[in-house]
Design a protein around this ligand. Sequence first.
Ligand SMILES: *Cc1c(COP(=O)(O)O)cnc(C)c1O
Length: 323
Amino acid sequence: MSTLPISYDDVVAAHERIRGVAHRTPVLTSTTANDLTGAQLFFKCENFQRMGAFKFRGAYNAIAQFTPQQKAGGVITFSSGNHAQAIALSARLLGVKAVIVMPQDAPAVKVEATRGYGGELVFYDRYTEDREALGRRLAAERGLTLIPPYDHPHVMAGQGTAAKELIEDAGPLDLLFVCLGGGGLLSGCATAARALNPDCKVIGVEPEAGNDGQRSLRSGAIVHIDTPKTIADGAQTQHLGEYTFAVIRELVDDIVTVSDAELVDTMKFFASRMKAVVEPTGCLAAAAVLQRKVDVRGKRVGVIVSGGNVDLLRFAELVGYAG
Ligand SMILES: *Cc1c(COP(=O)(O)O)cnc(C)c1O
């Protein structure tokens, strides 16, 4: 255990760092969801987190640990999704310059949100340029510290604070379902759950079209795939990370998948029954439970709802109400 890249102590330390800065998001319950599944469900609603997703936890935890020299130099990342906004906002709060490498064709809302948080944007052509190479080159040239979206111990420990809060607020769980892309959230949450609640089974949920995590866990080695076609844009990762997989293979019990149609049904459920806007990726864990991919009857079940950043028109289009 001691050889894993993060420990529960790291999650506790992360929780101290983000205290008073990140929101302690609510844990919501739904009688309808309980009746539907025969379980007691506890939804940890990170769609209500600052900047709209749990990614703020990891990004802030990482930048808060910069040395004075790193703080003076600035931070860079090459993700265009929620991690970019999380880095931009965290950097601003900590007085650090942020550079975000984004594809030229990134959605205008994401570009605007990232710029709104004060990030400097550098655009690249996603068909001809390698964003990671560009990020590393800029980092070296400009003295910036690169914080990747998931494969970093400080990011992972920060994400784990979501499960720590959930178990503290809901009490012991039999099962915990976590949305899975590159595994920052899952590895952090599994670390917290194992420490606080050793009997709790931890289950990752990824899109059916991109089941590399499931195949990696079952085969014992990281499986690489092409960018999967799914509406879960926050989980279009091609592989787990070295650090995240080291934790996941030790602490995660299973990884299951859900289809895009099941994600849409879950978005509708959240909107109509729980009055919550949840982005497709944020629905992964809930979809597995509501679609009964795992037998949860009679159990106390934690569900991480990971984010709510979806353009309203896109939301309407997905749930079928576009005019
Ligand atoms: C990034 C993201 C995920 C996946 O997180 P990983 O740490 O990459 O596994 C899930 N949901 C949302 C909303 C995200 O932004």
